[in-house]
Design a protein around this ligand. Structure first.
Ligand SMILES: *Cc1c(COP(=O)(O)O)cnc(C)c1O
Length: 454
């Protein structure tokens, strides 16, 4: 048996992020102004983000150097291990070779610090004193709190009120790293006060929390805003994951036929798959890349390619993306990180051009997959990660049926230690499949009056 665990030394952490835009046959379409619906330039983003991140947002340069200070902090947990899942292969009795990249070894337990650290760094360089953000399940708020603490920047997190009460330990994690965490809606912002005036008992929503965090940044010159997924610069920062994985697969003397990752806004999917897609685009390789999404929020498999808002209120620029409509409210499945109505612009264009694939799984299937994985490999995955595992298991079983061996790699993008309530509900039989009717999706899409991209 060859090694179970393939590791790189600290010096082998990538020195650049990979920008797939440089290699895309069709470049992403420009964002549009929410009011005029005309294309907007990067300057429109200046109140919210530091200039260097805006440059990355619109860059078509193939490689962006990772600053030394960022690489130094990456070394606290990177490189992350690549595992050969021998036990899972055995449990499935499959001829497939299964590998996974494990991002749960980061301080906050997921891939999210890969971008949080980079974003905090560029904000610090430009003299920003405070960063605001929203968080639902708490993964992003934790990652940003950790990163801001390292650069001595204040961090203000608007946490959806219902999660704030359901996940006290996520909040305390953020407090430990020095962040201020508010149960949103708050009375600190116009947006929050307006919601509270209408409904003092509002449980909050990601849309409201975004409005609060954005308002704080837009109205204070020393404060900027930060997002943990969807945007091009976030996807860019995550490519450290896939670049390491390419090297590690080479060290294992293997190359994947199929690369799989769960999909919320696209950041961990992009992070793992883009460096493998580069091999397709540059060297004519034929590696299949599959995004795994919940059947209850199936923007990639059942949404439309359309200009849409990033938030619920309709304040953000219009982005060309696969979407279920910005008013779409997904069922409250536990995989909070996957309950977003749209997909990142770059990933959407790649799907439209059939350079990647997507697959949806129901809620019971994903927890069954997660428990199978935990029993075989030991690690308890985040509910989001279970979606990728479900696809990997399907592909491995297909190999068995067809009597062929393929090499499968998936992103184990986080552990589930703060999500055991989800497992409790699964074991108690409280989870349902949450299949969506076509009528539900059509009703949400019918409300869209935004432009259809050419
Ligand atoms: C946030 C999160 C996701 C979803 O976001 P992406 O940007 O699509 O990666 C998936 N898994 C985990 C563990 C997360 O924390």
């Amino acid at each position: 048996m060859k090694n179970r665990k393939i590791l790189l030394s600290e010096n082998e952490i990538p020195e650049h992020w990979y920008n797939i835009v440089a290699d895309m046959p069709n470049k992403p379409l420009p964002p549009l102004h929410p009011g005029t619906r005309e294309p907007i330039g990067p300057e429109a983003l200046a109140p919210l983000f530091p200039m260097e991140l805006i440059k990355q947002e619109v860059s078509a340069e193939k490689y962006v150097e990772i600053p030394d200070q960022v690489r130094d902090i990456y070394k606290m947990w990177r490189s992350t291990p690549l595992f050969r899942a021998y036990n899972l292969e055995k449990a499935l009795d499959t001829p497939a070779k299964i590998y996974y990249k494990y991002e749960g070894v980061s301080p906050s337990g997921s891939h999210k610090p890969n971008t949080a650290v980079a974003q905090a760094y560029y904000n610090k360089q430009e003299g920003v004193k405070r960063i605001t953000t929203e968080t639902g399940a708490g993964q992003w708020g934790s990652a940003l709190s950790f990163a801001c603490n390292h650069f001595d920047i204040e961090c203000e997190v608007y946490m959806v009120k219902i999660s704030y009460h359901h996940k006290p330990y996520r909040k305390l994690m953020m407090n430990t790293w020095g962040a201020q965490v508010y149960a949103s809606p708050t009375d600190l912002t116009e947006a929050g006060r307006k919601v509270l005036a209408d409904d003092p008992d509002s449980p909050g929503s990601l849309g409201i929390a975004i409005s609060e965090a954005v308002e704080r940044a837009a109205t204070d010159e020393h404060t900027k805003y930060s997002l943990g997924s969807v945007l091009n610069h976030v996807l860019l920062h995550q490519t450290v994951v896939g670049q390491e994985a390419v090297k590690q697969m080479e060290m294992a003397g293997d190359m994947p036929d199929i690369v799989i990752a769960p999909f919320g806004g696209g950041s961990n999917f992009a992070g793992l798959t883009f460096p493998f897609l580069r091999l397709n685009l540059e060297e004519g390789k034929n590696i299949r890349c599959i995004a795994s999404e919940p059947a209850s929020c199936p923007k990639l498999t059942r949404g439309v390619f359309r200009y849409d808002f990033g938030d619920t209120v309709g304040m953000t620029p219009l982005l060309p993306m696969y979407t279920l409509g910005h008013n779409f409210v997904p069922a409250p499945i536990h995989a909070g990180g996957l309950r977003y109505h749209g997909a990142g612009v770059i990933v959407s264009q790649l799907l439209k051009d059939k350079l990647i694939e997507a697959r949806a799984h129901d809620n019971l299937e994903v927890f069954e997959a997660g428990v199978t994985f935990a029993k075989a490999e030991g690690i308890i995955p985040a509910p989001e990660a279970n979606h990728g595992i479900a696809t990997a298991i399907q592909e491995a079983l297909k190999c068995k049926e067809e009597g062929v061996s393929r090499t499968i790699l998936f992103n184990m993008c986080g552990h589930g230690h703060f999500d055991m309530k989800a497992y409790e509900d699964y074991f108690a039989g409280k989870l349902t499949k949450h299949e969506l009717s076509t009528a539900d999706i059509e009703a949400s899409l019918a409300e869209l009056d935004t432009p259809v991209p050419e």
